[in-house]
Every structure is written in structure tokens, then in C-alpha cells.
Design a protein around this ligand. Structure first.
Ligand code: SF4
Length: 378
């Protein structure tokens, strides 16, 4: 019965090594699942929104965004008809903004077609929906039999089977998906929760950081990694490329109660969002003044210097920022925003420190600098 090799060899076996899983797993989930808002519905629209938001983002961080998003765009038709700027503003701070753009494109296709496709393949054809998301939405909304394999499922399955292969390899992911497919429940009601249950087990019991809670696990009696004491070494994942560091000097430029923003290019990191003007490198005040003058602006009054860092998936920004009053027009791509216009623009959370500084100054009735200017902190 047991899949009793030293490590999985990615071969098709005549045994069904996960076959004891579904019954206890589904019973456990029905008893122990977290009450999350997207689990209270079978409507594919909110389920899809939640799945897109949850990519690369923790549940706790998603909850507030999810509620606000569905209030702003209560149906796929409302989302399809919304201006992109409004959508991006709603997404501000959630990161990975291409998700929001694809959500918009897909919403238009769905609204035009008169509703969501009800198959795995149909969902997979929509922008921004990969195999995992298509399987997660199809199963939760329509009871479709397809395995949704995310990082949680990879961890649970490699531990259950004591699989020591590198999950960064596509063939290993495919092998895991095939093993899960072998044990998918046949009843639609069970299938609606099966993928969620496996992920929930990975998120709350077979956890990634720290020891798994095997004593609370519905598969604890037969898990191979538990028996062999290998759980915390699994899954095996080859190292990622080290993140590169970029140094930037960011400017919060103030001119008669307005601050300058400019739009990022339509492709690449933070595509199409609004940013504070910045230049590469860490500039001292003299070099910063020269950079401001190169934009055709005259520095008048330097308020503060603010340091900040932001970590993206592949790059880390180390920022030095200057808040200063200027005179002049500046380049054509500078948009001088008043408080209302500033608040309507989606500025990524990488600039939070500078957004706060700008907001404080734009709030001041006379545009006076905030108290305590001049300090530096990271
Ligand atoms: Fe994970 Fe422990 Fe459950 Fe095995 S018994 S799946 S290691 S929590």
C-alpha cells in the first residue's frame, strides 16, 4: 500500500500512493477550514478575483483589498466597464500590477461572451489565468475535476510521498499534479472543496516555516516524511538567482501646492503606474540640485532627505529621497498634481515614504513643510 521507496523516481506506479488522502482531508476541511469570504460563494467572479489577488500575496493582506474591490466593482460587467486608472487605484499597494491589467482584459472578454466559461480549458484561455488558477476557479465554482497545484500543494504532496526531487523542475511539478489527479473526488460537491482543502492543509498545518503540525494532520498516520523525519527538509527547491540592487535618488518636487508625478513606461516593472521623478544612483545634495536643474527646474527650499528600501521579486531598490520646493515647468512628462489629482493616481507602494511626505505637504493649507523635516531614517 505504501509508496515505500527512498525517494520518488517520477515513474508511473501501479499503486495510488495518495489514495488514503481524500476522505480524511475533506472531513478535516469541513471541520477546520478558515472562514474566508470567497469560500462562501459559488459565483466564479469573486472566486476568480480572490485567486488573482492571492497569487504572491498572503490571505491577511488580501482580505481588505478583496472587500474594497468587490464594493467598487460588484460584477464582472462593472469591472469590464471601469476605467483602468480606477482599477489601478483600487489595486494600489497590492503589487504585481500586471495581475490587475489582465483581470481587466479578462473581464472584458467574459462580459462580451455573456458569462464565465465553465471548463478548465475555457478559463485557461483568459488573460492572466494559468493552469493553477484555471483549476482552482473551475473546481471551486463549477466542481470541475482538475488538480490545482500551488506551493502549498507541492509541499504537502512531496512530504506525503517523501519526494526529494527538485520542485523547481517542471517535470517534478507535472509529476505531483499527476499524482493529485489520480485521487480527485468524483462528486462535484467534494471537488468544489478538494483543491482548497489541500492548499489549506499546506497553509495551516503542513506549514513552510517551522515544524509542520503533524499531530493535527488528517494524513499524519501514513505520511512518509513524518515517518522518516524528513518533513522539514522538503520540498527540495534549487536556489533562485540572487536579487540585484538598484540605487535611486527620488524627488518629491513641490510647486505652488502641487507635486510632480510622471507615468512609468507601458512595459516592465510597475508598468503604466505613476511615480515620483527619480534618477539612478545615490546623489548628495549638490548632485541632486544639478539633477533638478537638468530638468529645467530651480531648487528653492530643501525640506528633508528621506531614505527608503523596497524589495521586488528580482530587484531591491535602495532609495535616497529629497523633498524640495522648486520653480519652473520641468519636462513635458511631469504632471503637477494637486491633492485631489494626486490621490486619484495609482502610485506603487515602493514609494510609500515619499507618498506620505507629499501627502503631508499637499495637506498643509499653505503648503508649509511638515514638522521635523531634515531627519534621515531607513
Ligand atoms: Fe505535513 Fe506532517 Fe501532514 Fe506529513 S503528517 S503532510 S509532514 S503535516
Amino acid at each position: 500500500m505504501w509508496y515505500n521507496t527512498a525517494m520518488c523516481m517520477l515513474t508511473k506506479t501501479t499503486e495510488f500512493p495518495l489514495s488514503p488522502l481524500p476522505g480524511p482531508l475533506l472531513a478535516w476541511f469541513r471541520e477546520n477550514a478558515r472562514d474566508l469570504p470567497w469560500r462562501r460563494t459559488r459565483d466564479p467572479y469573486p472566486i476568480w478575483v480572490s485567486e488573482i489577488m492571492l497569487q504572491q500575496t498572503r490571505v491577511a493582506a488580501v482580505l481588505g483589498y478583496y472587500a474594497r474591490f468587490l464594493t467598487a466593482f460588484p460584477s464582472v460587467e462593472a469591472l469590464a466597464g471601469a476605467p483602468e486608472e480606477r482599477l489601478m487605484k483600487c489595486w494600489e499597494g497590492l503589487g504585481y500590477y500586471s495581475r490587475a491589467r489582465n483581470l481587466h482584459k479578462a473581464a472584458r472578454q467574459v462580459a462580451e461572451a455573456g458569462g464565465f466559461p465553465e471548463t478548465y480549458e475555457g478559463l485557461l484561455a483568459l488573460p492572466g489565468i494559468g493552469p493553477y488558477t484555471a483549476a482552482a476557479v473551475a473546481s471551486a465554482a463549477f466542481g470541475v475535476r482538475e488538480a490545482a497545484v500551488d506551493g502549498n500543494v507541492l509541499r504537502v504532496v512531496t512530504r506525503l510521498l517523501d519526494c526529494r526531487e527538485d520542485i523547481a523542475q517542471p517535470r517534478v511539478k507535472a509529476w505531483v499534479r499527476d499524482r493529485v489527479r489520480e485521487v480527485l473526488p468524483s462528486a462535484a460537491e467534494d471537488m468544489r472543496i478538494f483543491n482548497q482543502a489541500t492548499m489549506e492543509l499546506g497553509a495551516t498545518v503542513c506549514v513552510p516555516n517551522g515544524p509542520p503540525r503533524c499531530e493535527a494532520c488528517p494524513a499524519g498516520d501514513w505520511c512518509l516524511a513524518r515517518r522518516r523525519g524528513t518533513a522539514q527538509t522538503l520540498p527540495v527547491k534549487s536556489g533562485k538567482k540572487p536579487r540585484r540592487t538598484e540605487e535611486l535618488t527620488v524627488f518629491v518636487l513641490l510647486r505652488q501646492g502641487r507635486t510632480a508625478l510622471r507615468r512609468r513606461p507601458d512595459t516592465g516593472l510597475l508598468a503604466g503606474l505613476w511615480e515620483f521623478p527619480h534618477v539612478p544612483g545615490t546623489l548628495d545634495e549638490a548632485a541632486a540640485a544639478a539633477a533638478v536643474e537638468a530638468w529645467g527646474l530651480r531648487p528653492l527650499d530643501w525640506h528633508s532627505r528621506l531614505a527608503a528600501r523596497h524589495i521586488f521579486t528580482h530587484v531591491e531598490w535602495h532609495m535616497t529621497g529629497y523633498v524640495l520646493e522648486v520653480r519652473g515647468e520641468g519636462p513635458e512628462d511631469f504632471l503637477w498634481t494637486d491633492r485631489a489629482d494626486f490621490e486619484a493616481r495609482a502610485v506603487p507602494s515602493a514609494f510609500t515614504r515619499y507618498t506620505e511626505a507629499a501627502r503631508e505637504l499637499l495637506e498643509s493649507p499653505d503648503g508649509a513643510p511638515p514638522a521635523g523635516g531634515g531627519e534621515e531614517r531607513t
